[in-house]
Design a protein around this ligand. Structure first.
Ligand SMILES: Cc1ncc(COP(=O)(O)O)c(C=O)c1O
Length: 352
């Protein structure tokens, strides 16, 4: 870690308004470091949406905490449901993993009020929500820490990369130490003669970002505002084209549409009509030359989690979810082709 990492951290802090930005190897590392720095561990319960990438749950689980999974709000809002979160809170609850699914902000006012009431830490997983705001405040700064991903498919990328932001002096100090073996000086400090040796003040990991990735990312981040602009246009076009069709486009109404200009849409999940066979539709779309994917298989149903809990609302939504192509280089004609192909695939049959 040299000047590129330092400058990247300064630029991320400036872009988000956070006091500290700490560059790390990826967002999974960021989430793991956040759980370690917050001292989460055995005996603690952490609330996490079931509709997210498994890294959000793996991080608290790897430090020994137990997970409680929560429902999504509903058809038009796939983010976590604060009312269900409140029902899951008990004396052992320590933190909430907040995921801004597809880049759309959770109901942060409700989650923050709830966290304050019950003295819980909010860890924001902003892998989908890069440097965007919710009611004037950057996502990632509502909670104690915000974690970002710069993986290949994210809104800005350097291949593999991540960052953590926080305003908390003590947490920032712990995060920096945990990122690099708990060592008090870095290789570069010693190389430049600012230090000759080091102490190790806690056990840590190697979750550093290197200079080459940082340099790449600094350039990509300058392009982010244009990318986000085009992503919003594409979202609007999908919304227009799907309006009145049997397919539901979540986040295309209410507060999400009102705040679209400050949202960094990341993926395009849609919900197929009840009873349509998703595998069949995916196969037809493939014949049209269109890749689709699923975000996400609910975590509580994975073998490793094997939860006895049932989350019927989210399980129902997840069964219907299909993610359509979405990236800033899509042309309007390509969006139209995706929508026509999707509607033709659904009309073609494939009911369960
Ligand atoms: C919601 C969410 N959290 C965390 C991650 C993990 O990010 P990374 O691949 O940078 O470790 C991802 C990556 O896809 C994600 O989508």
């Amino acid at each position: 870690m040299g000047d590129e990492v330092r400058l990247l951290e300064e630029e991320i802090a400036a872009a988000t308004g956070a006091k500290y930005a700490i560059a790390v190897a990826n967002c999974t590392a960021a989430l793991h470091l956040a759980c370690l720095a917050l001292d989460l561990g055995p005996g603690d319960e952490i609330i996490c949406p079931t509709l997210t990438f498994v890294a959000t749950a793996n991080a608290p689980r790897l430090v020994g905490a137990s997970l409680r999974f929560c429902e999504s709000v509903g058809e038009h809002d796939l983010t976590m449901d604060p009312d269900h979160v409140e029902q899951l809170v008990n004396a052992r609850t320590r933190a909430i993993m907040v995921v801004h699914y597809a880049g759309f902000a959770c109901d942060m006012e409700a989650l923050q009020a709830l966290a304050d009431r019950h003295h819980l830490a909010l860890v924001e997983d902003c892998a989908h929500a890069l440097f965007t705001t919710h009611r004037g405040r950057t996502l990632g700064r509502w909670g104690r820490v915000g974690c970002f991903s710069f993986f290949s498919n994210k809104n800005a990328t350097c291949g593999e990369g991540g960052a953590i932001i926080t305003d908390d002096d003590r947490l920032a100090e712990r995060l920096r130490l945990l990122r690099s073996h708990g060592m008090t000086t870095l290789t570069l400090d010693r190389h430049r003669g600012r230090a000759t040796t080091y102490d190790v003040v806690m056990s840590g990991l190697n979750y550093r970002l290197d200079e080459i990735h940082a340099a790449l990312l600094r350039v990509q981040l300058r392009r982010l505002p244009d990318f986000l602009c085009r992503r919003r246009e594409i979202f609007r076009r999908y919304a227009e084209r799907l309006q009145g069709s049997p397919v539901t486009l979540p986040f295309a109404q209410g507060r999400f549409l009102e705040n679209l200009e400050t949202t960094g849409v990341h993926i395009l999940p849609c919900l197929l009509p009840e009873g349509v066979n998703r595998d069949w539709v995916m196969a037809r779309m493939k014949e049209f030359g269109i890749q689709t994917s699923i975000h996400y298989p609910p975590i509580h149903r994975f073998a490793a989690y094997d939860s006895v809990e049932r989350l019927p609302r989210t399980e129902g939504l997840a069964r219907r979810e299909l993610t359509l192509p979405f990236h800033p280089l899509l042309s309007d004609a390509e969006v139209d082709f995706v929508v026509e192909s999707l509607l033709a695939s659904i009309r073609g049959g494939g009911s369960v």
